[in-house]
Design a protein around this ligand. Structure first.
Ligand code: UDP
Length: 245
């Protein structure tokens, strides 16, 4: 049974792209690529904002399973490796689909690489229609092109669907002036302009993804996925993480 959605609370972001790195799914204890308890926790957060009436597109990475660049160290051709990485995102996307549907959230998986038996092909107008109908759209297979990243896929899909924000969920709570793991006095930015981030060479997204957001005016919100109710707090406009706009 699909869940009821209502917009009783003021929502800052009505349509979002949530970028989840594949690594967020990996089990810290066993090293398994998909930790089902973690997956469930994330999906519960997605359901929370979906129930508020937020239109949610998810772009999922594949780094918990395979990255093209690491394959090259073992003699795997870069393009082949990148396709392996893109296929890894499909596995993760299907896991999200199953978990969300189990919670009563209707989803559609759209793939940038055609694979009719597994997922719909990516068709922008259809994706937007799904969002309008309250379906969570899970975008898989990255951009469909080797030599790109799923951050770039997220920036691309955010631009295409007219998302009000690209929310990049990470393990750190925002963008710092220096590495917080190495420097105790590292300071977190609450907001930054694109130009400040560029000038200070801050690693917000990879350069292709960052340029796409800059050129198409898509704000980026970097936040810690593990903080309590982080996704909901972010869409309600609470000051968490770092916003680049
Ligand atoms: N990839 C690609 N083109 C894309 C997106 C992804 O070739 O448009 C490949 C690339 O090899 C990448 C892997 O898929 O390393 C997994 O994606 P990513 O590293 O972005 O995943 P994440 O780090 O977010 O888990």
């Amino acid at each position: 049974m699909p869940t009821k959605r209502s917009a009783t609370q003021p929502i800052k972001y009505k349509r979002i792209i949530l970028k989840l790195s594949g690594e967020v799914l990996r089990s810290a204890e066993t090293g398994d690529p998909i930790d089902w308890n973690t997956l469930e926790r994330i999906c519960r957060q997605v359901k929370e904002i979906h129930d508020l009436g937020v239109e949610v597109g998810i772009v999922i990475g594949g780094g918990n399973i395979f990255r093209g660049i690491s394959g090259t160290k073992r003699g795997v051709n870069r393009t082949t490796g990148d396709y392996m990485g893109m296929l890894a995102t499909v596995i993760n996307g299907l896991a999200f689909m199953e978990c969300l549907e189990g919670m009563g959230v209707v989803t559609r998986v759209q793939s940038s690489i055609p694979m009719d038996q597994v997922a719909e092909p990516f068709i922008l107008r259809r994706a937007v229609r799904h969002l309008e109908k309250g379906r969570v759209v899970i975008f898989v297979a990255g951009t469909g092109n080797p030599y790109f990243s799923t951050d770039t896929a997220a920036a691309l899909r955010a631009s295409e669907i007219g998302a009000q924000v690209l929310m990049k969920a990470t393990k750190v709570d925002g963008v710092y002036d220096k590495d917080p793991a190495k420097h105790k006095d590292a300071v977190r930015y609450e907001t930054l302009t694109f130009i400040e981030a560029l000038k200070q060479r801050l690693n917000v997204l990879d350069s292709t993804a960052f340029s796409l957001c800059l050129d198409n005016n898509v704000p980026i919100l970097v936040f810690n996925l593990n903080a309590d109710g982080a996704i909901k707090r972010a869409v309600l406009g609470e000051k968490i993480g770092t916003t680049v706009c």
